[in-house]
Design a protein around this ligand. Structure first.
Ligand code: NAP
Length: 497
């Protein structure tokens, strides 16, 4: 493991939800595990006025247990949009450095509204705080969303690259921080049994689902400008496709892995024209009763316009035009108010070429399910002889649950990602070229939806697996989506909510 050198972590947006709910708890855990450097401080920045001690009190009230990390927290009130406020920040950093004997290494974490992702680095660069000329490192972590379409993503990348080198920029995709997502690489590339089958000759199709049972809650105003395609598919789900579909990297290094992911993104077949209606299904949840509870439709949620056409569900059939995957469809879907909160990858292998044994159900038997959350693990489905006379086949499951591997808990994504950034490892962060390539795939769909009101937006009742149209998009009479339950090994249409 790389050494984590002394530094100050400066969090812009320190009074916000992300800092309270994710960043500080992740730091508290790192502190507990003794993974923070000896000389270290967190400087929270926001317009809200706090003293160091009232900021610690506010944060402490949100922590489940008291943490030593609280003593490492400091606060500086300023408006990050005002360039005249930055010399004050510089002075405060100098004071902290002197007082705590910390080297001039900085991480600047932008946990603010995205409208500030350009102005903060520019203002920091103007007063020399991003310069690495003095031999100390400077890194900037940027939260999602990284742009809202291809043009804004390009603009943001080029604005950042005017102030920073690519190796200084850490674009968070918290899915990549999940242990089970990283396990996709280990499963594929540390075993000799999967990789020989991992191609168009043996795989019929790949399915990726990321479902949520919750609706938009109090975030309707934000979500209505985003939608499922931008909020989930463009980033998290395409990153999963990248890891499932990439070629083996030559070494485990940030550039080697991210080069292979980029090649996958560059091989996505553009969906345009009539294919948009055929290969992309969008939906919006409508009110219904689920287990006796009445659930509001999306348009009735707080902050959502009554005529909103924002999608809360999207399913896409995509092709990767390269030698490994030519002709193999990847079906990916995500949505809110679905029956369960589940993220999983299902690799469907080809059926046998000839049916020898009578069996119940379909010949679509061999599936490898990689469960990202919950009930993290891996499941292989195959056929076994039913006991008794004849040769009847029944389906059997072989499963491995992550929790059986060790007693230690699965670390939170932000904990891993923050530590990686502290150690200068950007493997699990998205690179600028890949982010743009992902937007390039999504952009024609967004444009078509904007410009052609005739493209349907299907309503689906809360608590169902999305529009019926999406059910029939997987081609082949024998195939349908897996309808995942909370428990990895159970599947069916009627899982418990
Ligand atoms: N919350 C999550 O779980 C989550 C997950 C993924 C990504 N993100 C991303 O992380 C970023 C922060 O999210 P959040 O949920 O923490 O948001 P939030 O609760 O609204 O906090 C944002 C913070 O930014 C500060 N801020 C500074 N200048 C601002 C300005 N001009 N206008 C508004 N606020 C300003 C605000 O503090 P002051 O008012 O004190 O200045 C506020 O505390 C967003 O880009 C979001 O998309 C959040």
């Amino acid at each position: 493991m790389n050494r984590t050198s002394d530094h100050i972590l400066v969090i812009f947006g320190a009074s916000g939800d992300l800092t309270r709910r994710k960043l500080i708890p992740a730091l508290a855990e790192l502190k507990k595990l003794k993974l923070l450097p000896n000389n270290f401080a967190v400087l929270g920045i926001g317009r809200t006025v706090y003293s160091d001690s009232s900021y610690r009190d506010m944060i402490s009230s949100h922590l489940e247990e008291r943490s030593d990390v609280l003593e490492m927290l400091y606060y500086h009130a300023m408006d990050p949009e005002k360039s005249e406020d930055y010399p004050g920040l510089q002075k405060r950093l100098e004071e902290l450095k002197g007082q705590l004997k910390i080297d001039a290494n900085y991480i600047f974490y932008l946990a603010t509204p995205p409208s500030l992702y350009g102005v903060i680095p520019t203002s920091l660069a103007d007063i020399g705080l991003l310069s690495e000329d003095n031999g100390f490192w400077k890194r900037v972590i940027i939260e999602k969303p990284f742009g809202t379409d291809i043009d804004s993503a390009r603009e943001l990348n080029s604005s950042l690259l005017m102030q920073l080198k690519e190796h200084q920029i850490y674009r968070i995709d918290h899915y990549l921080g999940k242990e089970t997502v990283q396990n996709v690489l280990v499963t594929r590339f540390s075993n000799g049994i999967f990789e020989p089958l991992w191609n168009r000759n043996f795989i019929h199709h790949v399915e990726i689902t990321s479902s949520e049972s919750l609706g938009v809650g109090t975030r309707g105003g934000y979500y209505d400008h985003s939608g499922a395609l931008r909020d989930m598919l463009q980033n998290h789900l395409l990153q999963l496709v990248g890891l499932v579909a990439m070629e083996p990297p030559t070494v485990i290094s940030s550039d080697a892995i991210r080069n292979e992911v980029l090649k996958v993104f560059q091989s996505f077949r553009t969906i345009e024209g009539e294919d948009i209606e055929r290969h992309v299904i969008r939906g919006q949840y409508i009110s219904s009763h689920v287990r006796g509870e009445s659930m509001a439709g999306y348009r009735d949620e707080k902050g959502v316009p009554g005529e909103s056409r924002t999608e809360t569900f999207v399913a896409v059939k995509l092709f990767i035009d390269n030698w490994r995957w030519g002709g193999v469809p990847f079906y990916i879907r995500t949505g809110k108010r679905l029956p369960n909160r589940v993220t999983e990858i299902v690799v469907h292998f080809n059926p046998t070429p000839h049916t020898l044994f009578a069996s119940e159900g379909t010949g679509n038997r061999n599936q490898l399910v990689i469960r990202i959350q919950p009930d993290e693990g891996i499941l292989l489905k195959f056929g076994m002889k039913e006991q008794g006379a004849g040769f009847k086949v029944q389906e059997a499951n072989m499963d491995f649950l992550y929790k059986d591997l060790s007693d230690s808990y699965i670390p939170e994504a932000y904990q891993r990602l923050l530590l990686d950034c502290m150690q200068g490892d950007s493997t699990l962060y998205a690179r600028g070229d890949a982010v743009e390539a992902a937007w390039r795939f999504v952009d024609p769909i967004l444009k078509a939806w904007q410009n052609d009101p005739a493209i349907p937006l299907h309503g689906y009742p809360c608590g169902t697996w999305g529009p019926e149209m999406a059910d029939s998009m997987i081609e082949g009479a024998e195939y349908t989506w897996r309808y995942p339950c909370k428990n990895l090994a159970d599947d069916g249409l009627y899982c418990e909510l």
